[in-house]
Design a binder for this molecule. Structure first.
Ligand SMILES: [Zn+2]
Length: 89
């Protein structure tokens, strides 16, 4: 299933999801939501880990890594930047 994982990595990369945060960063650099304990953003789908780390994990935990990528890609697809939304003041 390595091909599937590669495709998901490509997709996540094309969406710009790989954005490594500083070790003590707790807020998303993209949408400023609070990051989850793994450093990933549940709001906009950002993955706060180096792409190489995710790829490495994919070699030992392909199913878990595919799941992570799928989840974050779906979140990014559903994410609407605050600027584009009309919020009542
Ligand atoms: Zn975010």
């Amino acid at each position: 299933m390595a091909g599937q994982l590669d495709a998901l990595m490509d997709e996540a990369r094309s969406l710009g999801l790989f954005k490594t945060h500083g070790a003590f960063e707790v807020h998303c650099s993209n949408c400023h939501a609070r990051l989850d304990p793994m450093g990933d953003c549940a709001s906009c789908g950002l993955i706060g880990r180096p792409e190489a780390d995710v790829a490495k994990r994919g070699q030992t935990d392909a199913a878990g890594t595919e799941n992570l990528l799928r989840t974050q890609i779906a979140r990014r697809r559903a994410y609407k930047p605050v600027k584009a939304a009309r919020e009542p003041a």
